[in-house]
Design a protein around this ligand. Structure first.
Ligand code: ADP
Length: 391
């Protein structure tokens, strides 16, 4: 029956169509589910990656923080709102002797009080504290660090700064005193001159002579002070210096003065390796050593000036057979204005600054100076300077 057949055919066709569509939909559906899953996985991976990066970033931030706080010379402590130690770098141990668990464990008490005041007033507090034996000076700054009452404390060791301060104050006092003496003499001589120049003309040259001597002394002190202050900010190391040539020049310059006072001067200055530095300052160094050797050696004595090379160094030696320096005074002779015998130094035109200048020049050149002496036998100064070729 054809109509039936046609119907069946149509039905079968529709069924097949439906099945194909179903299968297709099934396959497509599976693919889209797979896609969703892949998308989810990708999202998940990205989230994990972002989290990892954030964790890494926060770790890195902490590493940076620890590196900064760890490399600081100062101690840093953070006290939280409950006065417990939330953070302390390692220098706190060195400076305070231990890492305090909380503010109550902080010594000295003055520091604890400063932190309390900073937390209460919400204003920075500064305290200077002396601790330990031998005593050291600490400077602590406590600053409020947030609305919860936490406080950051920065502790610095200021012992050396304080010491330098004392040295500077002593130096100013000494320098003023040294300048006052010739100034007073000049004033006195000038006043006397005014008084005598008419009534007693024969006395005039005597007081004029005194005036001149004191003026020379004054200008010598001022010149040495200026040299010293210039040397404190370093030497200009621009020249290629032949130390042997300097020694020959300077001994030549002193030859007449030495002969006049009956001294024998021996010079041993073969060509030595070049020193990089300041020709002017190294001449000043040699001049000061020779000047001292001549001033502190009696007639008939000998002065030896020699240069040579030793390992990586150029060595200068100035030795005399003079009055010598007592052993216990040796460590102090390089100090500014220090003299073993003040009267003798003054009589011979010393300023007390010569060896301080020698030390500064040596150290500015990366070298050193040493002294050996025997009372009544003589004194030897050894200056070592690094040779420029670095051998
Ligand atoms: P001054 O101008 O008094 O010589 P210096 O700084 O040059 O000052 O020397 C400090 C002190 O060291 C001198 O006052 C002196 O007592 C001692 N001194 C320096 N050089 C010699 C030396 N060659 N022989 C003996 N004493 C010396």
């Amino acid at each position: 029956d054809p109509p039936y057949t046609a119907d069946v055919d149509a039905a079968v066709g529709a069924l097949i169509g439906a099945i194909v569509a179903g299968v297709a939909a099934f396959w497509l559906g599976r693919r889209s589910a797979a896609n969703d899953l892949a998308r989810l996985r990708e999202q998940n991976r990205r989230t994990e990656e972002a989290l990892g990066e954030r964790a890494e970033a926060s770790l890195e931030a902490r590493r940076v923080r620890d590196r900064i706080l760890g490399s600081m010379q100062d101690g840093v402590i953070l006290f939280d709102g409950d006065r417990r130690t939330a953070f302390a770098n390692e220098h706190v141990d060195e400076l305070l002797g231990a890492r305090p668990e909380s503010l109550a464990h902080v010594f000295p008490v003055a520091l604890r009080e400063a932190v309390r005041r900073a937390a209460e007033s919400r204003m920075p507090e500064v305290a200077e504290l002396e601790i330990g034996t031998p005593s050291r000076w600490l400077r602590a700054t406590a600053s409020p660090a947030g609305p919860d009452g936490s406080v950051v404390v920065v502790v610095a060791d200021v012992t050396e700064a304080r010491r330098l301060d004392v040295v500077r104050r002593d130096f100013v006092a000494n320098a003023s005193h040294e300048l006052k003496t010739p100034v007073a003499s000049i004033q006195a001589a000038a006043e006397t001159l005014l008084d005598v120049w008419q009534e007693d003309p024969e006395a005039v040259p005597r007081f004029a002579g005194q005036l001149e001597r004191e003026a020379i002394r004054l200008s010598r002190i001022v010149a040495d002070l200026l040299d010293l202050s210039r040397l404190e900010s370093g030497s200009e190391l621009d020249d290629e210096v032949h130390l042997d040539a300097i020694v020959r020049e300077e001994t030549e310059r002193f030859a007449d003065a030495a002969e006049t006072v009956g001294l024998h001067v021996h010079v041993d200055a073969p060509a030595v390796p070049i020193v990089r530095g300041s020709r002017k300052d190294l001449s000043l160094l040699v001049r000061n050593l020779l000047d001292n050797a001549i001033r502190y050696t009696k007639a008939g004595g000998t002065i030896d000036a020699a240069v040579g090379a030793e390992d990586g160094w150029v060595v200068l030696r100035v030795a005399d057979t003079g009055i010598g320096i007592p052993t216990k005074e040796l460590p102090r002779v390089f100090e500014r204005f220090y003299r073993v015998d003040r009267a003798r130094s003054r009589e011979t035109g010393g300023t007390g600054l010569g060896l301080a200048i020698v030390k500064h020049v040596s150290e500015n050149h990366g070298g050193s100076v040493r002294v050996r002496s025997e009372l009544g036998r003589g004194t030897t100064f050894d200056v070592r300077l690094p040779r420029a070729d670095g051998v």
